[in-house]
Design a protein. Structure first.
Length: 403
């Protein structure tokens, strides 16, 4: 029999908005208590809770939010290969990233792996390495702190990887797919000069080297439209498997029209306001990067996430390359007066849950999974505790005297 326990005296806004008191401006100065039994939230109340045999966790002064759901995190490849040609054991890489995610308040994560055939034979983006990562993740999944799934990032300009991707789509291991085209001159890299400069700096090589690579790459693609014919087949297979489909770095109305015809329901990181507006018209869930919010702009010079939030064009945020940015982004949005806390928090919880079809989580509500985080917000917001399915997976020193 599960022993009940609860977090008490946490400041938060009830997620059943219809039951909020008339004139309630946000509920952020109200104190609530939660009762958790097993994996589930069984009671939410403004009165004090606690009974004989219950474990009480005092959350006085802390803010409770639903556990973070990250649908796009690129960190696993970098964890496994922290420097070029320097490989760590794959299980170790997964375990280390898992700890970092838990400490950032993430309870559900989608590891974005690149199905993107790379010329470097030992790259993390070759078929053997991606296959090994998926196999290792499957082996250790039940031992992880967070619930971790595979997000397949398919580069449509590399058709040689498509058979492997289609194989993986039928195994049940892939839970999300995004269609990408990183060809310079469009999408994320509309400015070719900026692309050459940034890639040369990142890789520590001369510009002329990148320019030669770019020329060779473009010369191999006499008809780019052919890439999207294959993408259509992959999207059809994903839809048959019930896998959500996203598009990546959309920049034009024509691109949104194309991906919409493929059954795409999630627009990841649109690079122009016009593309984001068209995605909204098509009923897509719109994703922006939390690091974009934290930094105050896109590192690629594309659409500013804060401007997109202000325009009402963001449904969820993704960690992209920095899970620490998720909670920070929520409070930056609140501080800027763009959204109240209870709405900003949806961008890292309810929003992704709805986009991904995770109906059992994403809200602090009776009957939902007990996935939540407790944060101190006096100064820089900091995660103090993370709870997944009723079990603490991160508990810092400030919590030691509270339980």
């Amino acid at each position: 029999m599960c022993r009940p326990w609860l977090t008490a005296s946490c400041t938060w806004r009830p997620y059943d908005y219809q039951q909020s008191a008339p004139g309630d401006a946000g509920g952020c100065d109200r104190t609530w208590a939660l009762r958790i039994v097993g994996e589930t939230i069984v009671e939410v109340s403004e009165r004090s809770l606690g009974g004989v045999g219950e474990r009480i966790v005092d959350g006085e002064g802390l803010t409770a939010l639903p556990g973070i759901i990250d649908m796009h995190g690129d960190m696993l490849e970098r964890e496994a290969e922290p420097r070029p040609n320097t490989h760590f054991p794959l299980d170790l890489a997964i375990y280390e990233l898992d700890k970092r995610l838990a400490a950032c308040g993430v309870t559900t994560a989608y590891a974005a792996l690149s199905f993107w055939q790379n010329d470097r034979p030992d790259s993390m983006r070759t078929e053997p390495m991606v296959r090994a990562l998926i196999e290792t993740l499957c082996q250790v999944r039940d031992t992880l702190l967070t619930e971790c799934h595979i997000h397949a990032r398919f580069e449509v300009t590399t058709p040689e990887i498509a058979p492997f991707l289609m194989e993986m789509l039928t195994t049940g291991e892939i839970r999300l797919i995004s269609l990408m085209d990183h060809t310079p001159g469009q999408g994320q890299y509309r400015d070719v000069e900026k692309y050459v400069t940034s890639i040369a700096q990142w890789r520590g090589v001369d510009r002329s080297h990148i320019e030669r690579e770019l020329h060779e790459r473009l010369s191999r693609k006499p008809n780019p439209a052919d890439d999207w014919l294959l993408a259509r087949d992959i999207a059809t297979l994903a839809a048959e498997q019930g896998i959500p489909i996203a598009s990546h770095d959309d920049d034009t109305l024509a691109k949104i029209d194309l991906v919409s015809s493929l059954g795409v329901s999630i627009a990841e990181f649109p690079v122009t306001l016009e593309a984001a507006q068209e995605a909204r018209q098509r009923g897509m869930h719109i994703v922006m990067g939390a690091p974009n919010v934290l930094r105050g702009g896109s590192h690629s010079g594309n659409l500013n996430a804060l401007a997109a939030v202000e325009a009402g064009l963001v449904d969820l945020l993704a960690a992209d390359y920095a899970p620490v940015a998720m909670l920070q982004a929520v409070f930056i949005i609140v501080e800027r007066g763009l959204l109240p806390l209870y709405e900003a928090a949806k961008l890292i919880s309810q929003g992704p849950a709805e986009a991904l079809g995770l109906h059992d989580r994403g809200r602090i509500e009776v009957g939902k999974r007990a996935d939540l985080l407790l944060a101190s917000t006096d100064g820089r917001p900091r995660v103090r505790a993370t709870i997944r399915q009723g079990t603490p997976i991160y508990w810092d020193a400030t919590m030691a005297g509270r339980a």
